[in-house]
Design a protein around this ligand. Structure first.
Ligand SMILES: Cc1cc2nc3c(=O)[nH]c(=O)nc-3n(C[C@H](O)[C@H](O)[C@H](O)COP(=O)(O)OP(=O)(O)OC[C@H]3O[C@@H](n4cnc5c(N)ncnc54)[C@H](O)[C@@H]3O)c2cc1C
Length: 333
């Protein structure tokens, strides 16, 4: 027995096996459907259920607002198919991205950015051209057989060599490999791009960027892509880390702020007060600024707890849910 998913962006219906999620079936059919955590936390894979019945697996309360649920929006990663269904993409810009490619490459440099974050720069053997992606997207990077995880591109789409910021997670397999064993010249495989938390080119208004730790990677890519075309729009950047020793790329960020006077840079330390620094968790620091985020486009990246807390507060401060784009760095062993 198989079912069909009539999807607004594909000419032919996509085949699904009983119990597949809409996301599983679409990805298997090669549709570059925006997704991230795949476990109902991030909300990246929202779509609209037009027809048919689905069974919804549990998901985080932050992933869909009450308003979205009322509009029959569902999470493709949580919507199990037990019959024919018809779904529509909400974020068309997201679907037109891709195609997803898998490219072999080599490590060309390794730079220690902090005590636990390493910058990994790759050169890819790209027969069909460099990896095409939008600022803010990520790829699956295989550092050794069976050791592959998602990492966000820190370079801009017009810079050919992919750059990643990999934080060493205590007890983590892939990040320990990067911290301890990865060497220049090492072979890797990069598959992507993935993710829908990428820079929306059509938005001409103010932008909020929020990065926690190595979440600065996609945020820096978005920021450096955005500035040349921001046209006087305000950009607010909040970069949160635990303590002074975790701050990195400050010189780059300050130079960007000096080149674009509408960029306001806030670096916040959560655990230890620092001279000239904001103090507190990012959602507290942002709340203290009492900004009306109506009309803003927001991009968040970093630890799930930060992304959850900041998402909640910025929506309370006027940000429209549909203008919130987030990549939570969930561990996916
Ligand atoms: C969309 C996305 C983008 C990302 N981008 C970045 C990025 O740019 N930079 C970055 O640094 N990270 C990023 N991440 C996170 C990254 O993908 C990895 O999750 C992270 O590097 C940890 O991987 P690991 O293999 O080192 O840890 P894992 O081996 O996956 O382990 C993670 C944690 O789980 C614990 N654990 C593992 N196995 C078990 C077990 N059996 N029982 C109990 N605990 C266990 C480990 O001790 C560790 O604390 C991103 C994640 C996503 C989803």
């Amino acid at each position: 027995m198989e079912y069909h998913i009539d999807f607004s962006e594909t000419r032919e219906p996509v085949t699904a096996q009983p119990g597949d999620t809409v996301l599983e079936a679409l990805l298997r059919a090669g549709v570059p459907f925006p997704h991230s955590c795949q476990v109902g936390n991030c909300g990246t894979c929202k779509c609209e259920l037009i027809e048919g019945e689905i069974f919804e697996l549990p998901y985080s309360e932050h992933a869909l607002s009450e308003d979205e649920k009322a509009k029959k929006h569902v999470l493709a990663c949580r919507a199990q198919v037990w019959g024919d269904v018809k779904v529509r993409a909400i974020d068309i810009e997201g679907i037109s991205l891709g195609p997803i490619r898998s490219l072999r490459g080599r490590v060309i440099s390794l730079t220690q950015l902090t005590h636990d974050i390493r910058e990994v720069r790759l050169s890819l053997e790209a027969e069909g051209g460099a990896l095409a992606f939008a600022a803010g997207q990520y790829a699956q990077v295989e550092f050794a057989p069976g050791i592959s995880r998602h990492y966000s591109m820190a370079n801009t789409p017009d810079e050919i060599d992919p750059v990643f910021h990999v934080r060493h997670v205590p007890g983590g397999r892939a990040s320990a490999f990067v911290a301890e064993k990865l060497k220049v010249g090492h072979g890797v495989r990069v598959t992507g791009p993935y993710g829908s938390s990428y820079l929306r080119q059509h938005h001409a208004g103010p932008v909020l960027l929020v990065a926690g730790g190595s979440g600065l990677a996609p945020i820096e890519s978005i920021l450096r892509t955005l500035i040349p075309r921001a046209n006087g729009a305000a950009i607010l950047l909040y970069f949160g880390v635990r303590s002074e020793k975790d701050v990195y790329h400050e010189t780059i960020l300050r130079a960007l702020a000096a080149s674009y006077d509408k960029l306001r840079l806030n670096i916040a330390l959560s655990e230890q007060p620092g001279r000239g620094r904001r103090n507190g968790l990012l959602h507290e620091v942002i709340a203290a600024d009492r900004i009306d985020f109506c009309g803003y486009m927001a991009y968040l990246a970093g630890p799930p707890a930060m992304v959850d807390a900041v998402s909640g507060i910025v929506v309370q401060m006027g940000l429209e849910h549909r203008n919130l784009h987030a990549d939570a760095f969930y561990n996916q062993p």
